[in-house]
Unconditional design. Sequence first.
Length: 357
Amino acid sequence: MSDEPRATMANESNSLGLVEVKSFSTRDFRLQSGEIIPELKLAYESYGALAPNGRNAILVTHGYTSSQHAAGIDANGELGWWDGLVGPGKAIDTNKYFVVSSNMLGSSYGSTAPASINPKTGAPYGPDFPDYTLVDIITAQRAMLDALGVRHLVAVAGLSFGGYQAFQWGVTFPDAMSGIVPVVTAPNASDGNRMVADLRARFAEAPGWNGGHHYGNTTMLAFMTELRVATLKRYGIEAELAPRYPDAATREAVIQQLAEPWAKVFDPNSLIALAQARSHYNAEKDFARIRAKVLYVLSRTDKLFPPSIAPEVMAKLKAAGVDATYFEIDSDKGHLASGADWNKWARVLSAFLQRLE
């Protein structure tokens, strides 16, 4: 499951149809810390075709606990988290653009992460996974795009943690793209260290945690399911499901069903590793490096990144000379608005992408 869980499955019409997970790998990937990952793998999906000049690509980036499944139908029959926005004739039009959705370094959906085997020990890295940053995440993505033949990005667009990545692309590789679209997100993460400490304290109380060496121990499942249910509620899942499931008890059961598959797949060490990467993140201090046009999008009811942060972010972007536009999704779906109410901002996104051409 993703940060944009979909309760409706493959009986919904979908023009992209079944999509497959692909994999990129490179050897001896050097992190900002100087530590080297012997073999780096990134899982990804792609939609559409790359133009001969390699300049029609859009990178879409996912949220904290999400996956690379942005559009189409996966092997489990689930629609992607931005399926309403990505596909033939949609805002991110796959008849026109080559769209790459990258699973990020440290995630639990096929990329190198704490659950990967440490070649030095023959066991999962677990809590010994190397410390890394947002810059490392997007540098790995750039290596993947280079290998795919992408020469210039039309845009980088992402939600939540994916929005962090969009901002980071803008300041780290300022000439690599024409636009960035950070959605339900912010240009810094001032509470990063507290988040890491809170996660470590919470997992220390979990049965079977074993200092992070929990692999093979099934007693963590109930704990992770409970954690996921609480997270989905904080994101606004109840408002998204209410029209289809007006009965509170039925809705609670559906949320539980949405949480369980995620709890079986997502490694709690990945939650900590990604939070640690987030703790280093501050793109705001480098706004003057941004050359791309910016479409900054928030949701009216998002409690994680409330619209009240927009005026300061926009003022700092404009003070740095950035061509930036702000849009607020008028949605009651909270943090899930960009996928759940895609139709309320699709035209704005489409018009922005047309400007970049």
